[in-house]
Design a protein around this ligand. Structure first.
Ligand code: NDP
Length: 509
C-alpha cells in the first residue's frame, strides 16, 4: 500500500493546482460567464470523502441563457451552414487539442468519480478517436442522395438536415466519453448543443469545451450548464430544445421518455444493464481470466454494459468460481490515482450504500459470499473513502434481486446452468438488453449462442465497443443507438424534395 499511496498523493497534491477546481461560471455563447445562480455544490473526491472542487448549481436564468445561445447559433449562426467537411475539420482539431489535455482530464475525472487512472488515463485519447471517427464519416452527409421514384415519373432529392438544438445529459461514470459520444455526431450533423453533466462530475467536461474553443468552434454552438437533476428535467422540457440525448438510470430515462413523448421530441436513451457472461462448456479459463475485470467489473463495476452475471455450466462450476475469485482477489484496490490500482472507490456515499444494500439482500435471499462482501477499510487518507470490497456471490438464482437489478458496483454473481439453452433463457429473462459475452473455445458455436442473446451488443471471448458500430440497448436498456452512422442519424432530420426526373444529372435543388 505504501507505493500505492505515495504515487497517488503526489498526484493529489498536483491536482490542487488545476485551474478548473473551483468554478463559478458556465460556458454560454462562446465565453465562460458567471452563473446567475449563487447556489454552489461541492465536488467530493470519493477516495478521501474530502471536498476537492465546486461548481455553481444553475437555475432557470442560466438555462434560458444557454438554450437561447444554442438556439441563436442554430437559427442564425454559421455552424449548420458550413459543409460537413468544414465541420469535420473542427472536430479533428478538437481531437488534437484533447490529446494534449490527457493528463488534467484524467486527474480531474479520477478526483470527481474515483475511476482508476489506469482507465481515466485513456479518456482523452478515446474522446479524440470518437471525434475523429465522426469526422471520417462526413462524406456520408456530403454525397447527393437522389432516388428515382419506382413509378418512373419523378425523382426525389433526400436532404439530411441537422435536427436542431440538442440537450445532452450525461451521467457520472464516464463523464468525458458519455458526453463526446453524443457531442461528436451532433456537431458533425450541424446541431448546436447544451450539455448538462452529472452533479458528481461537473468539472472534467470543461476540458472538452476548452478543446473545442481552441479548435475554433463558433460562439453559441456548444454550451455548458451545471446543476441538479431538476435542471436536467427543465432542460428536457425547455421550448428551445429540439432533441434530447441521455445516458443514465432507467428510472430517469423513463421520465425523460414521458416528457419527450408528450412534446413529440426525438430522444435517445442509453440506460441501465444487467448483462450476462455465458461460459460455454468448452470455455478457456485463461481467456476468461484475462478479460474478466475489463468486461465484467470495469470502473469498479460502475459501467452500464458490463457482464456481471456469470452463467456457469454445472460440470465446471467450482473451477470457474476458483478462476473468478483468484482473478478478482488478486486485483489491487486502493488509491485510484495510483496507476497500479484496479478497483477504486464507489463514486459517492449513496452509491456505496446502494451496493452494500444489494449485497445484504443477496445474503438474505440465500446467496453465498465467495469473496469480499463488505465495505472496504483502507488506511488514511482513504479511511473515509467510499470503498466496497470486490465481491463474488455464488448460489445465486435468477429470481434473486441481485440477479435481476443493476448493482453498479464491484459485485459479480455466479449462476449455474445445466444446458446451454437454459443459459440463453436466463440471459434473456432480465428486463435489460444492453451487453453480454459468450466465452467458448469453438468460436462458431459461440457466435451461434451470441446470435440468440437478446441485447444490443454481445462480445465473443471479450467485450469492447467499436466507434463504427451501433451501441444501444433493448427493452429497459434504452431507445435508439449511439456510435456508427446509425448514431449520426439520431441528430438528423430528413426532407424529400420531389422533382421531375433530371436530364442533366446535375442536382438543381
Ligand atoms: P441518474 O439517471 O439520476 O442521472 C443521470 C443524469 O441525469 C445526471 O446528469 C442527472 O443529474 C440527470 N437527471 C437526474 N434526474 C433527471 C431528470 N428528471 N430529468 C433530466 N435529467 C435528470 O443517475 P444516478 O446518478 O442517480 O445513478 C443512479 C443509478 O443509475 C446508478 O446506481 C446506476 O444503477 C444507474 N446508472 C446507469 C448509468 C449507465 O451508464 N447506464 C450511468 C449512471 C447511473 P444529477 O447528477 O444532477 O442528478
Amino acid at each position: 500500500m505504501s507505493s500505492v499511496a505515495s504515487a497517488g498523493i503526489a498526484k493529489r497534491l498536483h491536482a490542487l493546482d488545476l485551474p478548473v477546481r473551483h468554478a463559478d461560471d458556465m460556458f454560454i455563447d462562446g465565453t465562460w460567464v458567471r452563473a446567475e445562480s449563487l447556489e454552489r455544490r461541492s465536488v467530493i473526491d470519493p477516495a478521501t470523502a474530502q471536498e476537492w472542487g465546486s461548481v455553481p448549481v444553475g437555475d432557470r436564468a442560466d438555462l434560458d441563457a444557454a438554450v437561447g445561445s444554442a438556439r441563436q447559433a442554430f437559427d442564425r449562426g454559421p455552424w449548420p451552414r458550413l459543409t460537413p467537411s468544414e465541420r469535420a475539420a473542427v472536430l479533428r482539431r478538437a481531437a488534437d487539442r484533447l490529446e494534449l489535455l490527457a493528463e488534467p482530464i484524467s486527474l480531474t475525472n479520477t478526483l470527481e468519480n474515483g475511476t482508476p487512472v489506469a482507465d481515466s488515463g485513456g479518456a482523452a485519447a478515446n474522446a479524440a478517436s470518437i471525434f475523429r471517427y465522426f469526422a471520417s464519416i462526413a462524406p456520408l452527409l456530403e454525397s447527393d442522395d437522389v432516388r428515382p421514384a419506382p413509378s418512373g415519373t419523378h425523382e426525389t432529392v433526400v436532404r439530411r438536415d441537422p435536427v436542431g438544438v440538442c440537450a445532452l445529459i450525461a451521467p457520472w461514470n464516464f463523464p468525458i466519453n458519455l458526453v463526446v459520444v453524443k457531442l461528436a455526431p451532433a456537431l458533425l450533423a450541424g446541431c448546436t448543443v447544451v450539455i448538462k453533466p452529472a452533479s458528481l462530475t461537473p468539472l472534467s467536461v470543461r476540458f472538452i469545451i476548452q478543446a473545442l474553443t481552441e479548435a475554433g468552434i463558433p460562439d453559441g454552438v456548444v454550451n455548458l450548464v451545471t446543476g441538479s437533476g431538476s435542471l436536467g428535467d427543465e432542460l428536457v422540457r425547455h421550448p428551445g430544445i429540439d432533441k434530447v440525448a441521455f445516458t443514465g438510470s432507467t428510472e430517469v430515462g423513463r421520465s425523460i421518455a414521458r416528457q419527450c413523448g408528450e412534446l413529440l421530441r426525438p430522444v435517445t436513451l442509453e440506460l441501465g444493464g444487467k448483462s450476462s457472461a455465458i461460459v460455454l462448456p468448452d470455455a478457456d479459463m485463461a481467456t476468461l481470466r484475462a478479460v474478466l475485470i475489463r468486461s465484467s467489473l470495469r470502473n469498479t463495476g460502475q459501467t452500464c454494459y458490463i457482464s456481471t452475471r456469470i452463467l456457469v455450466p454445472d460440470a465446471r462450476h467450482d473451477e470457474v468460481v476458483d478462476a473468478i475469485v483468484q482473478t478478482v482477489g488478486a486485483a489491487v484496490q486502493g488509491d485510484p490515482l495510483d496507476p497500479a490500482t484496479v478497483f477504486g472507490p464507489m463514486a459517492s456515499a449513496a452509491q456505496r450504500s446502494s451496493v452494500l444494500a444489494h449485497i445484504a439482500s443477496a445474503r438474505e435471499q440465500g446467496a453465498q459470499v465467495a469473496l469480499g462482501g463488505s465495505a472496504a477499510t483502507l488506511p488514511a487518507p482513504f479511511d473515509a473513502g467510499y470503498f466496497v470490497e470486490p465481491t463474488v456471490l455464488t448460489r445465486v438464482t435468477p429470481e434473486m434481486d441481485v440477479a435481476r437489478e443493476e448493482i453498479f458496483g464491484p459485485v459479480l454473481t455466479v449462476l449455474r446452468y445445466s444446458e446451454v439453452d437454459e443459459a440463453i433463457a436466463m440471459t434473456n429473462a432480465t428486463e435489460f438488453g444492453l451487453g453480454g459475452i459468450v466465452f467458448g473455445a469453438d468460436t462458431r458455436e459461440a457466435l451461434r449462442v451470441a446470435d440468440r442473446v437478446d441485447s444490443g451488443s454481445v462480445g465473443i471471448n471479450f467485450f469492447a465497443s467499436n466507434h463504427a458500430a451501433p451501441f444501444g440497448g433493448r427493452r429497459d436498456s434504452g431507445l435508439g443507438v449511439e456510435y456508427g452512422p446509425e448514431g449520426l442519424h439520431a441528430y438528423l432530420t430528413y426532407k424529400s424534395i420531389h422533382r421531375r426526373a433530371s436530364t442533366t444529372g446535375r442536382d438543381p435543388a
